[in-house]
Design a protein around this ligand. Structure first.
Ligand code: FMN
Length: 392
Protein backbone atom coordinates (compact mmCIF):
# COMPACT_ATOMS: atom_id res chain seq x y z
CA UNK A 1 0.00 0.00 0.00
CA UNK A 2 1.48 3.42 -0.88
CA UNK A 3 1.52 6.01 1.89
CA UNK A 4 -1.13 8.06 0.12
CA UNK A 5 -3.53 5.11 0.39
CA UNK A 6 -3.14 4.92 4.18
CA UNK A 7 -6.38 6.39 5.39
CA UNK A 8 -5.90 6.25 9.13
CA UNK A 9 -3.59 5.58 12.08
CA UNK A 10 -3.92 1.81 11.78
CA UNK A 11 -2.94 1.83 8.10
CA UNK A 12 0.22 3.81 8.92
CA UNK A 13 0.96 1.48 11.80
CA UNK A 14 0.73 -1.55 9.49
CA UNK A 15 3.01 0.07 6.91
CA UNK A 16 5.54 0.97 9.59
CA UNK A 17 5.45 -2.55 10.98
CA UNK A 18 6.19 -3.98 7.55
CA UNK A 19 9.15 -1.67 7.01
CA UNK A 20 11.17 -2.12 10.18
CA UNK A 21 12.33 -5.23 12.03
CA UNK A 22 10.51 -6.39 15.11
CA UNK A 23 13.27 -5.16 17.46
CA UNK A 24 12.65 -1.57 16.27
CA UNK A 25 8.89 -1.85 15.93
CA UNK A 26 8.51 -3.26 19.44
CA UNK A 27 10.52 -0.36 20.86
CA UNK A 28 8.23 2.07 19.02
CA UNK A 29 4.92 0.48 19.84
CA UNK A 30 5.54 -1.17 23.18
CA UNK A 31 4.47 -0.21 26.66
CA UNK A 32 5.72 -1.44 30.00
CA UNK A 33 5.00 -4.70 31.91
CA UNK A 34 1.67 -6.14 30.75
CA UNK A 35 0.90 -3.11 28.55
CA UNK A 36 -2.42 -2.56 30.31
CA UNK A 37 -1.67 1.16 30.51
CA UNK A 38 -1.35 1.20 26.75
CA UNK A 39 -4.80 -0.37 26.44
CA UNK A 40 -6.21 1.89 29.14
CA UNK A 41 -5.08 4.95 27.17
CA UNK A 42 -7.05 3.95 24.09
CA UNK A 43 -10.07 2.51 25.87
CA UNK A 44 -10.45 5.73 27.89
CA UNK A 45 -11.16 7.49 24.59
CA UNK A 46 -13.29 4.68 23.20
CA UNK A 47 -15.63 4.94 26.17
CA UNK A 48 -16.36 8.61 25.52
CA UNK A 49 -19.19 9.68 23.26
CA UNK A 50 -19.86 13.03 21.64
CA UNK A 51 -23.32 14.56 21.43
CA UNK A 52 -23.87 16.22 18.05
CA UNK A 53 -25.69 19.53 17.78
CA UNK A 54 -27.45 20.28 14.49
CA UNK A 55 -28.81 23.35 12.69
CA UNK A 56 -25.32 24.88 12.87
CA UNK A 57 -23.18 25.32 9.78
CA UNK A 58 -19.86 23.77 10.70
CA UNK A 59 -19.16 22.53 7.18
CA UNK A 60 -15.82 24.35 7.11
CA UNK A 61 -14.63 24.16 10.69
CA UNK A 62 -11.88 26.53 11.75
CA UNK A 63 -9.24 24.53 13.60
CA UNK A 64 -6.79 27.35 14.14
CA UNK A 65 -5.69 27.41 17.74
CA UNK A 66 -3.93 30.07 19.80
CA UNK A 67 -1.36 28.61 22.15
CA UNK A 68 1.12 30.67 24.16
CA UNK A 69 0.38 33.66 21.94
CA UNK A 70 1.07 31.81 18.69
CA UNK A 71 -1.49 30.74 16.11
CA UNK A 72 -1.24 27.11 15.02
CA UNK A 73 -3.14 25.42 12.22
CA UNK A 74 -4.73 22.87 14.53
CA UNK A 75 -5.19 21.93 18.19
CA UNK A 76 -2.45 19.29 18.06
CA UNK A 77 1.30 18.91 17.76
CA UNK A 78 4.06 16.30 17.72
CA UNK A 79 5.15 14.88 21.11
CA UNK A 80 8.85 14.33 21.84
CA UNK A 81 10.10 10.90 20.86
CA UNK A 82 13.68 9.77 21.39
CA UNK A 83 15.29 7.10 19.24
CA UNK A 84 13.28 8.04 16.14
CA UNK A 85 16.25 7.65 13.80
CA UNK A 86 16.15 3.94 14.58
CA UNK A 87 12.88 3.80 12.67
CA UNK A 88 13.91 6.12 9.83
CA UNK A 89 17.24 7.84 9.29
CA UNK A 90 16.88 11.59 9.81
CA UNK A 91 13.43 11.18 11.37
CA UNK A 92 13.84 14.09 13.81
CA UNK A 93 14.39 16.64 11.09
CA UNK A 94 11.67 15.08 8.93
CA UNK A 95 9.21 15.45 11.78
CA UNK A 96 10.36 19.01 12.43
CA UNK A 97 9.97 20.01 8.79
CA UNK A 98 6.57 18.37 8.48
CA UNK A 99 5.40 20.21 11.63
CA UNK A 100 6.62 23.48 10.17
CA UNK A 101 4.84 22.79 6.85
CA UNK A 102 1.63 22.01 8.74
CA UNK A 103 2.16 24.90 11.20
CA UNK A 104 1.84 22.79 14.34
CA UNK A 105 4.27 22.51 17.27
CA UNK A 106 7.09 19.97 17.30
CA UNK A 107 8.75 18.99 20.57
CA UNK A 108 12.37 17.90 20.09
CA UNK A 109 13.13 15.03 22.42
CA UNK A 110 15.95 15.34 24.93
CA UNK A 111 17.01 11.93 23.58
CA UNK A 112 16.76 12.84 19.88
CA UNK A 113 19.48 11.99 17.41
CA UNK A 114 19.35 15.50 15.91
CA UNK A 115 20.52 18.42 18.02
CA UNK A 116 18.22 21.22 19.04
CA UNK A 117 20.42 23.54 16.97
CA UNK A 118 19.81 21.42 13.84
CA UNK A 119 16.09 21.35 14.49
CA UNK A 120 15.96 25.09 15.13
CA UNK A 121 17.74 25.66 11.82
CA UNK A 122 14.89 23.99 9.92
CA UNK A 123 11.83 24.73 12.06
CA UNK A 124 12.58 27.25 14.82
CA UNK A 125 9.10 28.84 14.72
CA UNK A 126 7.30 25.67 15.73
CA UNK A 127 9.93 23.82 17.78
CA UNK A 128 10.03 23.37 21.56
CA UNK A 129 12.79 21.61 23.50
CA UNK A 130 12.05 18.73 25.85
CA UNK A 131 14.56 18.56 28.66
CA UNK A 132 15.55 15.40 30.48
CA UNK A 133 17.46 16.45 33.59
CA UNK A 134 21.08 15.33 33.82
CA UNK A 135 22.64 14.13 37.09
CA UNK A 136 25.25 16.82 36.50
CA UNK A 137 23.12 19.95 36.72
CA UNK A 138 25.76 21.98 34.86
CA UNK A 139 24.73 20.01 31.76
CA UNK A 140 21.07 20.86 32.27
CA UNK A 141 21.92 24.50 32.81
CA UNK A 142 23.85 24.52 29.55
CA UNK A 143 21.00 22.80 27.69
CA UNK A 144 18.54 25.44 28.90
CA UNK A 145 20.98 28.16 27.76
CA UNK A 146 21.30 26.45 24.35
CA UNK A 147 17.51 26.31 23.94
CA UNK A 148 17.44 30.02 24.69
CA UNK A 149 20.28 30.73 22.26
CA UNK A 150 18.42 28.76 19.57
CA UNK A 151 15.45 31.08 19.97
CA UNK A 152 13.02 28.35 21.01
CA UNK A 153 9.85 29.65 22.63
CA UNK A 154 9.03 26.79 24.94
CA UNK A 155 10.88 24.43 27.27
CA UNK A 156 9.22 21.17 28.27
CA UNK A 157 10.53 19.28 31.29
CA UNK A 158 9.53 15.61 31.28
CA UNK A 159 9.16 14.47 34.87
CA UNK A 160 7.71 11.00 34.39
CA UNK A 161 10.96 9.06 33.98
CA UNK A 162 12.18 8.90 37.59
CA UNK A 163 13.97 5.61 36.91
CA UNK A 164 14.47 2.80 34.41
CA UNK A 165 11.55 0.54 33.60
CA UNK A 166 11.34 -2.92 32.14
CA UNK A 167 9.74 -2.92 28.76
CA UNK A 168 9.41 -6.61 28.28
CA UNK A 169 9.27 -6.59 24.49
CA UNK A 170 12.71 -4.96 24.55
CA UNK A 171 14.03 -7.51 27.02
CA UNK A 172 12.79 -10.36 24.84
CA UNK A 173 14.42 -8.86 21.73
CA UNK A 174 17.70 -8.00 23.43
CA UNK A 175 17.10 -4.29 22.86
CA UNK A 176 18.84 -2.39 25.61
CA UNK A 177 22.19 -1.48 26.99
CA UNK A 178 24.34 -3.09 25.84
CA UNK A 179 22.42 -3.75 22.64
CA UNK A 180 22.41 -7.54 22.30
CA UNK A 181 19.80 -8.61 19.76
CA UNK A 182 18.66 -12.17 20.30
CA UNK A 183 19.26 -14.68 17.52
CA UNK A 184 15.58 -14.64 16.62
CA UNK A 185 15.58 -10.81 16.50
CA UNK A 186 18.65 -10.89 14.24
CA UNK A 187 17.13 -13.44 11.90
CA UNK A 188 13.85 -11.52 11.73
CA UNK A 189 15.77 -8.33 10.91
CA UNK A 190 17.24 -10.04 7.84
CA UNK A 191 13.76 -9.96 6.35
CA UNK A 192 14.01 -6.14 6.24
CA UNK A 193 17.01 -5.56 3.95
CA UNK A 194 16.09 -1.98 3.05
CA UNK A 195 16.00 -1.01 6.72
CA UNK A 196 19.24 -2.94 7.39
CA UNK A 197 21.01 -1.11 4.59
CA UNK A 198 19.72 2.28 5.73
CA UNK A 199 20.44 1.62 9.37
CA UNK A 200 23.97 0.30 8.98
CA UNK A 201 25.12 2.71 6.29
CA UNK A 202 23.67 5.96 7.63
CA UNK A 203 24.03 8.03 10.81
CA UNK A 204 24.18 5.94 13.96
CA UNK A 205 21.47 6.16 16.58
CA UNK A 206 22.71 8.53 19.25
CA UNK A 207 21.69 11.44 21.47
CA UNK A 208 23.51 14.35 19.87
CA UNK A 209 22.32 16.97 22.35
CA UNK A 210 24.56 15.25 24.89
CA UNK A 211 27.63 14.91 22.65
CA UNK A 212 29.33 18.12 23.77
CA UNK A 213 29.36 16.91 27.38
CA UNK A 214 30.82 13.47 26.63
CA UNK A 215 34.55 12.83 26.33
CA UNK A 216 36.42 14.37 23.43
CA UNK A 217 36.13 12.34 20.24
CA UNK A 218 33.22 10.32 21.65
CA UNK A 219 31.63 7.96 19.13
CA UNK A 220 27.83 7.89 18.80
CA UNK A 221 27.90 4.79 20.99
CA UNK A 222 30.05 6.57 23.63
CA UNK A 223 27.51 9.39 23.68
CA UNK A 224 24.70 6.91 24.41
CA UNK A 225 26.83 5.44 27.20
CA UNK A 226 27.40 8.92 28.55
CA UNK A 227 23.65 9.61 28.42
CA UNK A 228 23.07 6.42 30.39
CA UNK A 229 25.46 7.71 33.08
CA UNK A 230 23.37 10.90 33.43
CA UNK A 231 19.82 9.72 32.82
CA UNK A 232 17.27 8.80 34.09
CA UNK A 233 17.54 11.32 36.85
CA UNK A 234 14.48 12.18 38.95
CA UNK A 235 13.37 15.81 38.95
CA UNK A 236 12.46 17.44 42.26
CA UNK A 237 10.42 20.51 43.09
CA UNK A 238 13.70 22.36 43.64
CA UNK A 239 14.56 21.63 40.01
CA UNK A 240 11.29 23.16 38.86
CA UNK A 241 12.15 26.38 40.71
CA UNK A 242 15.75 26.23 39.45
CA UNK A 243 14.69 25.89 35.81
CA UNK A 244 11.97 28.51 36.15
CA UNK A 245 14.62 30.97 37.35
CA UNK A 246 16.79 30.35 34.27
CA UNK A 247 14.16 30.09 31.56
CA UNK A 248 12.23 33.22 30.65
CA UNK A 249 10.10 31.57 27.94
CA UNK A 250 7.10 29.29 28.26
CA UNK A 251 7.82 26.54 30.76
CA UNK A 252 5.77 23.36 30.47
CA UNK A 253 5.90 20.28 32.69
CA UNK A 254 5.12 17.03 30.89
CA UNK A 255 3.99 13.87 32.63
CA UNK A 256 1.58 15.36 35.15
CA UNK A 257 -1.13 12.93 36.29
CA UNK A 258 -2.27 14.21 39.67
CA UNK A 259 -4.15 17.36 40.60
CA UNK A 260 -1.80 17.86 43.55
CA UNK A 261 1.31 17.88 41.33
CA UNK A 262 -0.41 20.19 38.86
CA UNK A 263 -1.32 22.62 41.64
CA UNK A 264 2.21 22.65 43.03
CA UNK A 265 3.76 23.11 39.57
CA UNK A 266 1.47 26.05 38.91
CA UNK A 267 2.32 27.61 42.26
CA UNK A 268 5.96 27.52 41.14
CA UNK A 269 5.23 29.52 38.02
CA UNK A 270 4.97 26.99 35.18
CA UNK A 271 2.98 28.15 32.16
CA UNK A 272 1.51 24.83 31.17
CA UNK A 273 1.25 21.14 31.92
CA UNK A 274 0.96 18.17 29.62
CA UNK A 275 -1.22 15.52 31.20
CA UNK A 276 0.57 12.42 29.99
CA UNK A 277 1.54 8.92 31.02
CA UNK A 278 4.33 8.78 28.44
CA UNK A 279 2.15 6.76 26.10
CA UNK A 280 1.90 3.89 28.62
CA UNK A 281 5.65 3.39 28.61
CA UNK A 282 6.53 4.06 32.25
CA UNK A 283 3.96 2.96 34.86
CA UNK A 284 1.63 0.20 33.75
CA UNK A 285 -0.66 0.73 36.75
CA UNK A 286 -0.97 4.45 36.09
CA UNK A 287 -4.26 6.00 34.99
CA UNK A 288 -5.04 7.03 31.43
CA UNK A 289 -4.34 10.71 30.81
CA UNK A 290 -7.92 11.27 29.72
CA UNK A 291 -9.27 9.78 32.95
CA UNK A 292 -7.32 12.21 35.14
CA UNK A 293 -7.81 15.23 32.87
CA UNK A 294 -10.97 16.47 34.70
CA UNK A 295 -9.20 16.49 38.07
CA UNK A 296 -6.21 18.40 36.67
CA UNK A 297 -8.53 20.88 34.95
CA UNK A 298 -10.45 21.31 38.14
CA UNK A 299 -7.23 22.10 40.01
CA UNK A 300 -5.46 24.40 37.54
CA UNK A 301 -7.52 24.71 34.34
CA UNK A 302 -8.30 28.37 34.94
CA UNK A 303 -4.66 29.24 35.72
CA UNK A 304 -2.45 27.61 33.11
CA UNK A 305 -2.57 25.88 29.73
CA UNK A 306 -3.56 22.25 30.23
CA UNK A 307 -2.58 19.95 27.36
CA UNK A 308 -2.82 16.19 26.94
CA UNK A 309 -1.21 13.25 25.21
CA UNK A 310 -1.25 9.44 25.39
CA UNK A 311 -3.60 7.23 23.43
CA UNK A 312 -4.70 9.55 20.63
CA UNK A 313 -5.53 7.38 17.63
CA UNK A 314 -8.36 9.40 16.06
CA UNK A 315 -9.21 13.03 15.44
CA UNK A 316 -12.30 12.33 17.57
CA UNK A 317 -9.96 11.70 20.51
CA UNK A 318 -8.57 15.22 20.18
CA UNK A 319 -12.06 16.73 19.84
CA UNK A 320 -13.13 14.80 22.94
CA UNK A 321 -10.16 16.01 25.01
CA UNK A 322 -10.84 19.58 23.92
CA UNK A 323 -14.55 19.28 24.69
CA UNK A 324 -13.53 18.12 28.17
CA UNK A 325 -11.46 21.27 28.58
CA UNK A 326 -7.91 20.48 27.39
CA UNK A 327 -6.41 23.32 25.34
CA UNK A 328 -4.18 21.24 23.11
CA UNK A 329 -3.14 17.66 22.36
CA UNK A 330 0.01 15.89 21.20
CA UNK A 331 0.46 12.69 19.23
CA UNK A 332 3.47 10.42 19.66
CA UNK A 333 3.09 7.13 17.81
CA UNK A 334 0.82 8.52 15.07
CA UNK A 335 3.50 10.70 13.51
CA UNK A 336 6.21 8.15 14.32
CA UNK A 337 4.34 5.57 12.27
CA UNK A 338 4.01 8.13 9.48
CA UNK A 339 7.72 8.96 9.38
CA UNK A 340 8.68 5.30 9.73
CA UNK A 341 6.42 4.21 6.91
CA UNK A 342 7.09 7.06 4.50
CA UNK A 343 9.81 9.46 5.66
CA UNK A 344 8.92 13.14 5.53
CA UNK A 345 5.93 12.66 3.19
CA UNK A 346 4.74 9.99 5.63
CA UNK A 347 5.01 12.40 8.56
CA UNK A 348 3.10 15.02 6.60
CA UNK A 349 0.51 12.44 5.70
CA UNK A 350 0.05 11.53 9.36
CA UNK A 351 -0.46 15.19 10.30
CA UNK A 352 -2.92 15.58 7.46
CA UNK A 353 -4.87 12.52 8.66
CA UNK A 354 -5.09 14.05 12.14
CA UNK A 355 -6.28 17.36 10.76
CA UNK A 356 -8.80 15.79 8.37
CA UNK A 357 -10.29 13.68 11.13
CA UNK A 358 -10.52 16.61 13.57
CA UNK A 359 -12.31 18.66 10.89
CA UNK A 360 -14.68 15.86 10.01
CA UNK A 361 -15.74 15.32 13.63
CA UNK A 362 -16.14 19.07 14.22
CA UNK A 363 -18.46 19.21 11.22
CA UNK A 364 -20.45 16.21 12.42
CA UNK A 365 -21.02 17.58 15.92
CA UNK A 366 -21.64 21.17 14.79
CA UNK A 367 -18.51 22.84 16.19
CA UNK A 368 -17.60 25.66 13.81
CA UNK A 369 -14.38 26.54 15.62
CA UNK A 370 -12.14 25.37 18.45
CA UNK A 371 -13.51 27.93 20.91
CA UNK A 372 -16.99 26.43 20.59
CA UNK A 373 -15.83 23.00 21.77
CA UNK A 374 -17.09 22.45 25.29
CA UNK A 375 -19.01 20.14 27.56
CA UNK A 376 -22.25 20.64 25.59
CA UNK A 377 -20.78 18.11 23.18
CA UNK A 378 -20.15 15.43 25.79
CA UNK A 379 -22.51 12.56 26.40
CA UNK A 380 -23.40 11.74 29.07
CA UNK A 381 -23.24 15.34 30.26
CA UNK A 382 -20.42 15.69 32.79
CA UNK A 383 -21.08 16.62 36.38
CA UNK A 384 -20.96 20.25 37.41
CA UNK A 385 -17.30 20.15 38.53
CA UNK A 386 -16.08 19.13 35.09
CA UNK A 387 -18.44 21.50 33.36
CA UNK A 388 -17.04 24.56 35.11
CA UNK A 389 -13.68 24.09 33.46
CA UNK A 390 -14.73 23.47 29.91
CA UNK A 391 -15.29 26.11 27.31
CA UNK A 392 -18.96 25.24 26.83
C1 FMN B 1 9.29 5.61 20.68
C2 FMN B 1 8.90 6.64 21.70
C3 FMN B 1 9.87 7.44 22.27
C4 FMN B 1 9.52 8.41 23.21
N1 FMN B 1 10.49 9.24 23.72
C5 FMN B 1 10.14 10.23 24.56
C6 FMN B 1 11.12 11.19 24.99
O1 FMN B 1 12.28 11.14 24.59
N2 FMN B 1 10.71 12.16 25.84
C7 FMN B 1 9.42 12.26 26.30
O2 FMN B 1 9.10 13.16 27.08
N3 FMN B 1 8.48 11.39 25.89
C8 FMN B 1 8.80 10.39 25.02
N4 FMN B 1 7.85 9.54 24.57
C9 FMN B 1 6.44 9.75 24.99
C10 FMN B 1 5.75 10.73 24.03
O3 FMN B 1 6.25 12.02 24.16
C11 FMN B 1 4.24 10.81 24.29
O4 FMN B 1 4.02 11.12 25.65
C12 FMN B 1 3.50 9.53 23.95
O5 FMN B 1 4.05 8.91 22.80
C13 FMN B 1 2.04 9.85 23.68
O6 FMN B 1 1.31 8.69 23.51
P1 FMN B 1 0.88 8.11 22.07
O7 FMN B 1 2.10 7.50 21.49
O8 FMN B 1 -0.15 7.12 22.45
O9 FMN B 1 0.37 9.27 21.25
C14 FMN B 1 8.17 8.55 23.63
C15 FMN B 1 7.19 7.74 23.04
C16 FMN B 1 7.54 6.80 22.09
C17 FMN B 1 6.45 5.96 21.46
Amino acid sequence: MPISAAINYNDLRRLAQRRVPRIAFDFLEGGVDDERGLDRNTSAFEHQTLLPRYMIDASKPDQTTRLFGQTFAGPFGIAPTGGASLFRQGADLMLARSAKAANVPFIISGAATATMEDVAAVAREVSWYQLYLARDRAISRDMVARAKACGLSTLVLSVDVPGQVRRERNLRNGFGRPMKPTLSAKLEALAHPAWMLEHYSGEALTASNWAKYAKKGATPHDVLEFLASQFPCPSTWDDIAWIRAQWPGNFVVKGILSAADARRAVSMGVDGVIVSNHGGRQLDRGPASLDVLPSVLDAVGDKVTVMLDSGIRRGADIVTALAMGARFCFVGRWTLYGVTAGGEPGARHALSQVSTEVASVMTQIGAADIASLGSDFLWPAPNEDTRRNSRG
